[in-house]
Design a protein around this ligand. Structure first.
Ligand code: ZN
Length: 290
């Protein structure tokens, strides 16, 4: 199979595509759009194209994750590397044009629409900025999100409608096959949830478990339709995990107090934190937009 340059087939495009690139790659862009129509099909193409032609069969980046192209303009082109980690965590590394150099972006929560294969509706997931050295103040090159447990281990299609890089808005999309991690099997996930929510530890007590109805967050809150609001107003309650606007329907009692979250996966993460690092959990009223 002929080696093709990855930018031309990747399921990603900038919000304001430059005319020059369009002229140059016009026919390819059109064929690309056709491919993107079946997002799952795009994965198959992606796995046969890699920015580094020495590794044509390896779609994986420097961190071992999935490389996604962002932007169709050659002078303004980036990559993201997605990694699926234990416990349904998704890590996103922002990379430069070479798909290796870390790329700083303004520290911003990013919404991803994630759809499991066969699902009718996508679920909105917040990728939150996790700045780490040498990221400068107010910038980040890394993001982290927790996938809802019912999507773990399944083939998913991910669409990020907006991320700001260098003052410009970009969008991108990709698909990922089912995770091969045996920990993502539904029975294992349920076991893990029950261990998390139904056993006390740290700041999370037996009284809390009873107050929450002796169930897991997925069982009690799984039916709530999530609409992440990235722009809370001063005084609004914010999710202690993502910092985006909290939803008053999504509460969980920890240390005898009710906390509000933006979505059920954040409840998982916060209870995990309350058990492992109770000192990191502050009073509920401190999680307010200033
Ligand atoms: Zn959340």
């Amino acid at each position: 199979m002929a080696k093709r340059h990855p930018e031309r087939t990747r399921s990603a495009q900038s919000a304001r595509g430059p005319r020059t690139a369009l002229r140059k790659y016009g026919p390819l862009v059109v064929s690309f759009i056709l491919v993107a129509a079946g997002v799952f099909a795009a994965w198959d193409i992606m796995r046969h194209n890699h920015p580094d032609d020495d590794h044509t069969h390896e779609p994986f980046g420097v961190h071992g994750g999935l490389i996604v192209s962002i932007g169709e303009d050659e002078e303004d082109h980036y990559h993201a590397e997605f990694l699926f980690e234990k416990g349904g965590l998704i890590k996103l590394y922002m990379l430069g044009d070479d798909a290796e150099t870390p790329q700083e972006v303004v520290s911003q929560p990013v919404v991803a629409h994630v759809k499991g294969e066969g699902d009718r509706e996508p679920t909105s997931v917040v990728l939150r900025p996790i700045p780490q050295p040498p990221d400068r103040m107010g910038k980040t090159s890394t993001f982290l999100a927790k996938l809802p447990n019912d999507l773990r281990g399944r083939p998913i299609a991910v669409r990020v409608p907006e991320i700001i890089i260098g003052g410009r808005r970009f969008d991108f999309a990709f698909t990922s096959p089912a995770s091969a991690d045996p920990a993502d099997a539904p029975a294992k996930v349920r076991e893990e949830e029950e261990r998390l929510f139904l056993t006390p530890g740290g700041k999370y007590t037996d009284a809390d478990i009873a107050a929450n109805g002796d169930v897991t967050a997925r069982l009690r809150l799984g039916g709530v339709k999530i609409a992440h609001d990235l722009h809370p107003k001063p005084g609004d309650a914010i999710c202690p995990i993502t910092g985006v606007k909290a939803d008053a329907r999504i509460t969980w009692v920890i240390g005898g107090k009710a906390y509000e979250f933006c979505c059920p996966p954040c409840v998982d993460e916060f209870v995990q934190l309350a058990k492992a690092m109770p000192e990191a959990v502050k009073e509920p009223e401190t999680y307010k937009m200033k």
